[in-house]
Design a protein around this ligand. Structure first.
Ligand SMILES: [Zn+2]
Length: 256
């Protein structure tokens, strides 16, 4: 169980004083995902607070910032550039992405968008999740991020391309890449195989290593659909275990 401490803070942008729950310690449950997500938690989103009044988002609301009240009052910021997200975590982290974009901090923008995508995954917002991954990859390409060759980052990138539906990039960039370690190569090859199957679902490291067959996103055909006329095209509905949804959404902590 995560522990949250309540603290009174004064927003550096608008001066509004309010009480916030600060994350003291975080427990993690679930296996690590291939895109570095540690189980069902969304750690980056849990480290950012959003001002109750002006909606400024920062890890420390009281710290001096170049962001002004006029800036956060703009329609684009207040209305998330027209996007809608179900979860508070995704809304909060998309606002932080807009701030980091304004501050020209490309690497933070990347992690903000990944955090938005995780919030979307938890709330089953597939199209938003795909859009955020595509935006994150554009930032990587435009700013030449992750060109240090760090093996873990290659797996993260392969996962982002695959989950955003860009299977061709996975094949081209990663099919013949040697990461120098058997286990890492196994994870990368898993990504390549799934891309060849045009599979955009979530998988854990244990799934990829064959150590777990837990299914995070699964496709089932409902009984009604199975009993349909044979000549009707089969409809496949994606769903997931109710307990899993509940646990995941609880992990997507609403800090405010
Ligand atoms: Zn404020």
């Amino acid at each position: 169980m995560s522990i949250f401490n309540q603290e009174e803070l004064r927003c550096a942008v608008c001066g509004h004083v309010s009480s916030y729950y600060m994350c003291g310690s975080m427990s993690c449950f679930g296996d690590k995902h291939l895109d570095t997500r540690p189980g069902w938690h969304n750690p980056r989103s849990e480290c950012f607070l959003q001002c109750d009044d002006c909606k400024y988002v920062a890890p420390n609301l009281e710290e001096e910032t170049p962001i002004t009240l006029d800036w956060v009052k703009r329609k684009e910021y207040a209305q998330l550039e027209g996007y809608t997200f179900e979860s508070n975590a995704s809304q909060r982290m998309f606002r932080r992405y807009l701030i980091d974009e304004y501050l020209q901090d490309a690497e933070s923008c990347f992690w903000d968008l990944l955090s938005v995508a995780w919030g979307c995954d938890s709330f089953w917002e597939k199209e938003n999740a795909r859009m955020c991954r595509k935006m994150a990859l554009s930032i990587v390409e435009e700013n030449h991020l992750f060109e240090d060759g760090k093996p873990e980052n290659q797996i993260l990138l392969a996962d982002l391309y695959r989950r955003s539906g860009d299977f061709h990039q996975v094949e081209e960039r990663f099919a013949n890449l040697d990461l120098g370690e058997e286990e890492l190569n196994k994870l990368l090859q898993f990504e390549v195989e799934k891309a060849r199957e045009q599979d955009t679902k979530r998988y854990t490291v244990k799934n990829a290593l064959g150590e777990s067959d837990e299914i995070l996103d699964r496709e089932i055909v409902s009984e009604d659909e199975e009993s349909q006329e044979e000549n009707e095209p089969e409809k496949v509905e994606e769903t997931k275990n109710e307990n899993q949804v509940q646990e995941e959404q609880e992990a997507d902590t609403n800090l405010i």
